[in-house]
Ligand binder design. Structure first.
Ligand SMILES: NC(=O)c1ccc[n+]([C@@H]2O[C@H](COP(=O)([O-])OP(=O)(O)OC[C@H]3O[C@@H](n4cnc5c(N)ncnc54)[C@H](O)[C@@H]3O)[C@@H](O)[C@H]2O)c1
Length: 457
């Protein structure tokens, strides 16, 4: 168990400085306690900080008032003729500013003291989270937390009682996926692109940030490769720095168009490194190589999940993935489009199974790659038929007699694998994990979710 951390460079002494000391700077800090201002005097001096506005540079970079009073000189803010303070830049009044940071009742009726804030309407309601003691509670980073899988993982970790930080650039994810946690004291959301480094203090990192559907990862293949390499490099660098455990969400795509069936973790893969899918497949392969290099070279504690096709609520509607595509087409009564002759096989796991597996892997001692997927295998055509049937059943329940979709065929997509099915023996042995959801049950839930979303829009 890693103990709670203090941000580097922040000493206990600096923590115990009063706000006034931190703002007024070292000259004031050197005053002896006997000379320290009373809290009332400190407040007066803080209010006098409003005179800072005189020294703010204007758009041209010049100081707005030459020779203006500087902080700590007890100067009064500039006044109107009637004696009221002049508005600051942008027409913001000092009173408004004071209402945002002053003590007592301020803006919106908010009551604030040194240590707490009371919201006038009472605290917002959140899903109930477990109370963990400080030794059990971890600070967990989820990159790509606003995406489909990431948001379900965040939900689970929050409900388990951990502190969760989600980072995301919202390329394919959405804030709406996590809106129910905004304002919760255990949760933080940061807009950040993992291609750039970030400094945080965490105990575990689930690294998911990466577009996962061909439509999105092929839109900007160079960026996808940058996310695969630099994104993973930055997250591993962070893990190394703060000694966090790191889990990479890799993919069955590292097996390419496999010559071994079903695919075991020991299979090295069959990937076309110059094809249109290479930006994703090779991005994940290099991410795995980087992960194990950090483990060997720097002792980073790593886990690698090779995820097979996963579906469920919060999938992006327009990402062209088989399940979302087929369900949306069936709900609209449009033709179901199959690329190829429909005989290619896939196995689909429901998202809650995947989240179970990711958490089990993170908590285990096992460091080699582990397949997470559902071994039930369907041809794409069987899957399309199953979805049309489920959609029709669901609509019938609501007396909604929509048009029944028919299946149409388009030319196969380049480098689309012919067969895909995980061998999950390792997951069973080392994690005690096996999927609990039959694909059909997960599909029923997902159809109901998409139906509901469609009728809200
Ligand atoms: N869903 C699947 O079937 C599946 C299968 C295999 C592997 N995976 C892997 O699981 C992870 C999550 O997949 P998903 O299905 O939730 O996809 P998703 O597209 O819904 O989620 C990816 C998230 O990462 C964010 N993101 C993308 N690039 C980023 C960047 N440079 N910086 C910060 N955030 C960025 C996106 O905005 C999004 O919120 C991905 O790494 C994916 O490769 C998913």
């Amino acid at each position: 168990m890693i103990s709670p951390r203090r941000p580097s460079g922040v000493s206990p002494t600096s923590n115990s400085m009063s706000a006034a000391q931190q703002i007024l700077g070292s000259a004031n800090m050197s005053e002896s306690p006997a000379q320290s201002p009373t809290s009332g005097e400190r407040n007066d001096r803080l209010w006098d900080m409003s005179s800072f506005r005189h020294g703010l540079p204007d758009e041209g970079g010049n100081s707005s008032t030459a020779g203006a009073p500087v902080a700590g000189t007890n100067s009064e803010p500039e006044k109107n003729d009637d004696g009221t303070p002049k508005p600051m830049r942008g027409g913001v009044s000092l009173d408004t500013m004071r209402s945002l940071y002053g003590p007592g009742t301020g803006f919106g009726g908010l009551r604030r003291s040194n240590s707490s804030v009371v919201y006038p309407g009472g605290p917002p309601e959140f899903p109930p989270v477990k109370k963990l003691n400080p030794l059990q509670k971890k600070r967990i980073l989820v990159s790509g937390g606003a995406g489909f899988v990431g948001s379900h993982l965040v939900d689970r970790l929050m409900l388990m009682g951990h502190d969760v930080i989600a980072i995301d650039n919202y390329f394919t994810g959405s804030k709406m996926n996590l809106a129910h946690w905004f304002g919760h004291p255990n949760f933080e959301m940061i807009r950040h692109d993992v291609v750039d480094p970030i400094m945080l203090e965490v105990d575990q990192i689930y690294h998911l940030a990466c577009p996962a559907s061909p439509v999105h990862y092929q839109a900007n293949p160079v960026k996808t490769l940058k996310t695969g390499f630099f994104g993973t490099y930055n997250m591993l660098g962070l893990a190394k720095r703060v000694k966090a455990r790191f889990l990479l969400t890799s993919t069955s795509e590292v097996y390419g168009d496999p010559e071994e069936h079903p695919q075991k973790e020991t299979y090295w893969g069959h990937v076309n490194c110059i094809g249109p899918r290479a930006c994703y497949d090779e991005g994940k392969r290099v991410a795995e190589a980087l992960t194990y290099s950090y483990a060997r070279q720097d002792g980073v504690d790593v886990r690698v999940a090779r995820i097979f096709n996963t579906f469920g609520p919060r999938m992006n509607w327009h990402d062209g993935r088989v399940v979302s595509n087929f369900i949306v087409q069936a709900l609209k009564g449009d033709d179901i489009t199959i690329y190829g002759d429909g005989s290619a096989t896939r196995s689909f796991q429901y998202v809650h199974d995947l989240v179970d597996g990711l958490i089990a892997l993170m908590e285990s001692d096992y460091t080699d790659p582990v397949n997470l997927g559902n071994p039930e295998e369907y041809t794409i055509k069987e899957f399309a038929d199953m979805i049309v049937e489920l959609v029709n059943e669901h609509r019938a329940r609501y007396g909604d007699a929509g048009k029944t979709s028919t299946v149409t065929y388009l030319p196969a997509v380049a480098d689309d694998p012919q067969r895909r099915k995980p061998d999950t023996t390792r997951a069973k042995e080392v994690l005690g994990w096996a999927p609990q959801w039959a694909a059909i049950d997960g599909l029923k839930e997902t159809v109901a979710y998409f139906y509901q979303m469609m009728h809200q829009h």
